[in-house]
Design a protein. Structure first.
Length: 255
């Protein structure tokens, strides 16, 4: 692991919340993990990955590029990102699987001026409401450090959380509206959409990352590393996303 990876992981570990309800160490002393292992070789792991991708996206991992718009560095969503750390900002508008459900992703170019060879996705979790919390709990510190280290950074938030305000989607010609936000909104999303999409419901959580990586690699196809790091629900997203997309070289989930 590079010193950059250790630095970024340490930032989030220092600011992230400690998970509650973890079993005491003595309860784990004789725990046998063998029954939880579903594959033991690289080939078996790749087969599992392909099955997971097909369950979520029957046509395979999307190659779609999001709509994009260059924006001012001073937008309120980026208030906690130091302007001296990035030279430009691009707003990516992700239409999840053309369901007319949109996620907003902010792609930031580092100010160093050096050739960009490393890409990073920073994934937020179940953040408290309010613009002041968009990148709280260490997320802004992580983005700032990655930019200082020369990473091209895409900042993603979960659906119905933070700056993601879209609550409508059209599925098989029927419009769905999710009335709640945060965890309650996610529960409502699954209740209304999962009976139709089944595992494809995960697209609402994963496809913004897919399209963000597509956009970054379209701009910098020779990049040598793609990292993903997430906090809380974003840590859960990071765990799952790294399992479906082999382009992610390093992943750090902080719960």
């Amino acid at each position: 692991m590079s010193r950059y990876s250790i630095t970024i992981a340490a930032v989030l570990l220092g600011f992230g919340s400690i998970a509650l309800g973890q079993p005491a160490l003595e309860e784990l002393k004789d725990f046998k993990i063998d029954g939880l292992i579903r594959f033991r070789t690289l080939a078996e792991a790749e087969t599992r990955r392909e099955l997971l991708v097909q369950a979520i996206w029957p046509e395979g991992l999307p190659a779609k590029l999001p709509a994009r718009m260059e924006i001012d560095q001073s937008v309120p969503e980026l208030a906690s990102i130091r302007t001296e750390n990035f030279s430009s900002a691009t707003l990516l508008d992700v239409d999840v699987s053309e369901l007319d459900f949109h996620a907003r992703v902010f792609k930031l170019r580092p100010a160093s001026g050096e050739p960009i060879t490393r890409l990073a996705v920073v994934q937020g979790g179940h953040m408290p409401e309010g613009a002041g919390n968009y990148l709280s709990a260490g997320l802004s510190d992580t983005v700032n450090q990655l930019l200082r280290d020369g990473y091209l950074v895409s900042v993603v938030q979960m659906p119905l959380v933070g700056w993601n305000s879209d609550k409508d989607c059209i599925l098989n010609g029927t419009k769905f509206t999710i009335d709640k936000r945060g965890t309650a909104g996610h529960n409502e999303l699954f209740e209304k959409v999962e009976p139709v999409l089944k595992a494809g419901t995960m697209r609402f959580f994963l496809e913004p990352v897919t399209q963000a990586i597509n956009a970054m690699l379209a701009d910098y196809p020779s990049a040598k590393q793609t990292m993903m790091i997430g906090l809380s629900g974003g840590g859960w997203t990071t765990h799952l996303y790294a399992a479906v997309d082999p382009r992610v070289d390093l992943s750090f989930a902080v719960a």
